[in-house]
Design a protein around this ligand. Structure first.
Ligand code: ZN
Length: 208
């Protein structure tokens, strides 16, 4: 399988769901809360080889077991988010992701970058071949993403953005858990204003 065949599809629901793969197999990142919509986007012809949750919050992980269950695929979560996961699911995740862990699909690799702050177990998934990073709620186009109108650990989240996102090649596409895609270069330009703006969420704060 050639990596030129791999592509990225998306479904927008409670969170952005990202589907990475070719005509034969896919990995689903953040299935959200609507399994039927995600399975329709995957289609019957393609096998789900894994479901990866960027973190354990409901808007991202609620449908994980149901989506993975169609093809008996494993579900991956960073173990530091086990507590929020257990508020959603009885069964534990199959894969405990670690920093620098890797997943393969359709000739490309996704690298796990632990990026705590929004939650302890938040990760960014980086695909060198597709020049894309899936940032979950670590970072959106509007800046670091709050949870329930609060930043659980603002300093750590900023550190994680600096260490895992801003160190990627500038033209890398950033595909977030909410809102539109942007690039590492965009994030670099805005980073100082996010730091200066601090933790004031204002009326535009999202539940994530
Ligand atoms: Zn979240």
């Amino acid at each position: 399988m050639a990596s030129d065949d791999a592509r990225i599809d998306t479904v927008s629901g409670s969170a952005n769901t990202w589907i990475i793969g070719d005509d034969d197999e896919v990995i689903v990142i953040d299935p959200g809360d609507d399994a039927a919509a995600v399975l329709e986007a995957v289609g019957d012809e393609r096998a789900i080889v894994a479901v990866i949750c960027t973190h354990g919050h409901a808007a991202h992980a609620a449908a994980a077991i149901e989506v993975a269950g169609r093809d008996e695929a494993p579900v991956a979560l960073h173990p530091a988010d086990r507590q929020s996961w257990r508020e959603l699911h009885d069964a534990d995740p199959d894969i405990e992701m670690e920093d620098e862990g890797r997943f393969g699909v359709a000739g490309v690799e996704l690298e796990v970058l632990h990026a705590p702050g929004h939650s302890r177990g938040s990760v960014v998934l980086y695909c060198d071949e597709l020049q894309a990073a899936f940032t979950g709620d670590v970072l959106s186009q509007d800046g670091p993403v709050p949870h329930e109108r609060d930043f659980p650990n603002w300093g750590r989240q900023l550190d994680a953005i600096g260490a895992t996102v801003l160190t990627l090649p500038p033209d890398t596409r950033l595909l977030p858990g909410h809102g539109d895609e942007f690039t590492v270069a965009d994030a670099e330009k805005r980073f100082n204003s996010w730091v200066a703006g601090g933790q004031d969420i204002g009326s535009g704060g999202k539940e994530s």
